[in-house]
Write a protein that binds this ligand. Structure first.
Ligand code: WT7
Length: 633
């Protein structure tokens, strides 16, 4: 059976979009019918935005791994699901067929169940990009356990916060991991994290680097020492609305929150969006460079491709190791057809040698994709012409951890791209532009806040353990809408261009960080009294992190304290949050109500001191001159 609504032309798109608008429930239920359900739904969609109680495919039972694996076996058993490319170019590639993946997931599911994991339990996964990571996620899903993958670049403290919040009782990790020319201890980070977790937490350790590890008898288990059970592990029936995974992401306030996705709706949307956006054809090889610790890895490295029976690349290493040609070498050698990456990588490869891709033969490429942050015009053109040789489709896909899948994009080569514009909504998705008062702006060429007006199946269901936070972050700012936190422009053709976050969230190399979260880490330094963090323009990373700190006493050796603060932030959050600039100031620009005017800090940090705008609402406008004086390098 073909996926329904497999769009092949712009006419298809407009027709299906119109249908999805007039018959939303029929549209989504036809898409869902393509999959295997153990029990059908009685209601396609119920609940609403107000209480954030939207439910999809209520009453249905399914197992997502039956759809990712078992369903394909009659045809695809001997076809590759993944080609794993290890960090070291001398280590051979590993091809894993659907039959092998199916087998390994079942064995892992047996192991997890012997370690006491059962339906509804949370399992933390802290792993590098190796096949076992995907196997671990699918094994959790096979038995109905909830995975929470933590990016292996996060610190012990961040890992501990997530284990505690989710109350996970098992962590799956490796002994160590390879990143470029470095070998990084993973198990020791887990050990450190567990010192900050209450109660007993077991670990299941996959051997990767054969590094020495600290071992807790009866609590730590080597995967290769567990008994191998070859018996089938039948997929456990889960409700459509049972939680599939929790993925933590930063917001504008407080600690990262656990975004919850449920099984049925997420599956339907992951499969639908993957097939349409990337125009994947049987036999193609798809490569998504995202780490599995982010939502892009979940939806377009694991679930979307597997639901489509696709073959994809899992790459273990860093894209510029051992040289900046690594990506092109992999594409050339494996004949990759679709390449999906982030603007930050495109900009760094462009900076390392704009002509380098021309030394490679990449006729296999049909489509290039980007995600995670706005792509600037120069990077767009370089990607399109130097990598794609002016003949590949280029899709700039906009979405979020909360949306579960791509909402705005052009579709493969059936819709013309427009540089720096993401494009149109997928059929079934209803974005709108509103003004700050929440009024819809319908003008053909307009700018404002981006919201979504109708539920879609892979939308966030709740924030783990704190439903009111979910309502107040996404659904109460503008009644009747899901609020994205992004600003956007819509052109006369309906194409959307994302301008970036309008809240206190910054986007560093496509990684989302909250200013409050970084400020809390900076404030841990003993002499820091108060701090403010802003995102500033950065040529490669998109945004860099700039810290303004008030210290007591004022630091005598500024560079030393800068280093200490940077280390503190890396220790508490992870290296990705390391500040790019740190300035020591006497006061912060605050309004009479005590709110920090970050706009002013951003302008000063970017050197636009002549464009500060209205400063009359400041409690003490004279702080501006002090700030300008303090920020001279
Ligand atoms: C934020 C979501 C979902 C994939 C990875 C990021 C920004 C994402 C684009 C794009 C401009 C983009 C937005 C969004 N963003 N894609 N194509 N163009 N901005 O997921 O960590 O949840 O971050 O990333 O600001 O709100 P995330």
């Amino acid at each position: 059976m073909q996926v329904p609504f497999q769009l092949q032309s712009i006419e298809d798109y407009h027709q299906v979009y119109a249908y999805s608008k007039t018959h939303p429930l029929d549209f989504w239920s036809q898409l869902a019918s393509y999959y295997q359900w153990m029990q059908p739904w009685h209601t396609v969609c119920e609940g609403g935005f107000d209480q954030a109680d939207v439910r999809w495919f209520s009453g249905a039972k399914l197992n997502i791994t039956a759809n990712c694996l078992d369903r394909h076996l009659p045809v695809l058993a001997q076809q590759p699901a993944f080609t794993w490319v290890p960090n070291d170019p001398r280590e051979p590639y590993v091809v894993i067929t659907y039959a092998e993946l199916h087998q390994r997931v079942q064995q892992m599911a047996w192991n997890l169940s012997h370690l006491g994991v059962s339906k509804g339990d949370r399992v933390a996964i802290y792993m590098p990009m190796i096949p076992e990571t995907v196997v671990a996620m699918l094994a959790c899903a096979r038995l109905g356990a909830i995975h929470t993958v933590v990016f292996a670049g996060f610190s012990a403290q961040s890992l501990a916060d997530r284990i505690n919040d989710a109350n996970a009782r098992l962590v799956i990790c490796t002994d160590g991991m390879y990143r470029g020319d470095k070998t990084i201890d993973v198990k020791s980070v887990v050990d450190e994290a567990l010192t900050a977790v209450d109660g007993e937490v077991r670990t299941l350790v996959v051997q990767r680097t054969s590094s020495e590890v600290h071992w807790r008898p009866n609590l730590d288990f080597w995967l290769h020492e567990l008994e191998v059970n070859h018996a089938p592990f039948h997929p456990v029936a889960t409700d459509a609305e049972d939680v599939l995974f929790i993925l933590y992401t930063s917001g504008s306030t407080g600690k990262p929150k656990g975004v919850v996705h449920t099984t049925g709706g997420y599956m339907v949307y992951a499969g639908y969006s993957f097939s349409n956006v990337f125009q994947y054809q049987p036999g193609d090889l798809f490569w998504c460079t995202a780490d599995v610790g982010w939502i892009t890895g979940h939806t377009y490295l694991v679930y979307g491709p597997l639901l489509a029976g696709a073959h994809s690349v899992i790459y273990e290493g860093v894209p510029v190791y051992p040289n900046p040609d690594r990506c092109w070498q992999i594409i050339e050698r494996l004949k990759v057809n679709q390449f999906y990456t982030a603007p930050t990588l495109i900009r760094s490869l462009m900076a390392l040698g704009p002509d380098r891709p021309s030394s490679f033969n990449m006729p296999s490429l049909k489509l290039l994709g980007t995600v995670g942050e706005p792509i600037n015009e120069e990077a767009w053109h370089w990607y399109y012409s130097q990598v794609g040789k002016d003949r590949c489709a280029l899709v700039d896909t906009w979405w979020q951890t909360e949306t579960g899948g791509i909402l705005l994009t052009t579709l493969g080569n059936i819709m013309p791209p427009k540089p720096t514009f993401a494009g149109l909504p997928l059929p079934g998705v209803h974005p709108k532009i509103i003004d700050p008062q929440g009024n819809e702006i319908t003008d053909p060429d307009t700018e404002g806040l981006l919201v979504v007006a109708q539920p879609w199946p892979s939308m966030i269901r709740t924030t783990w353990g704190d439903h009111p936070r979910c309502i107040s972050t996404y659904f109460s700012p503008f009644k009747g809408y899901y609020f994205t936190g992004d600003g956007a422009r819509r052109d006369e053709h309906g194409y959307f261009r994302i301008s970036g976050r309008v809240d206190d969230v910054i986007n560093v190399s496509g990684h989302r960080l909250g200013t409050a979260e970084i400020e809390n880490a900076v404030n841990e330094h003993p002499i820091v009294v108060e701090s403010a963090v802003v995102g500033v323009h950065h040529p490669i990373k998109g945004q860099g992190i700039c810290v303004f700190a008030i210290c007591n006493p004022f630091p005598e050796h500024e560079d030393l304290v800068r280093m200490e603060i940077a280390e503190e932030v890396s220790r508490i959050i992870g290296k990705i949050a390391k500040p790019d600039q740190i300035w020591f100031v006497k006061a912060l620009p605050k309004t009479r109500s005590g709110k920090i005017m970050r706009r002013i800090l951003r302008k000063i940090a970017e050197g636009h001191c002549d464009q500060l705008g209205d400063t009359s609402t400041l409690l003490d406008p004279s702080v501006v001159d002090d700030l300008i004086a303090a920020c001279k390098p």
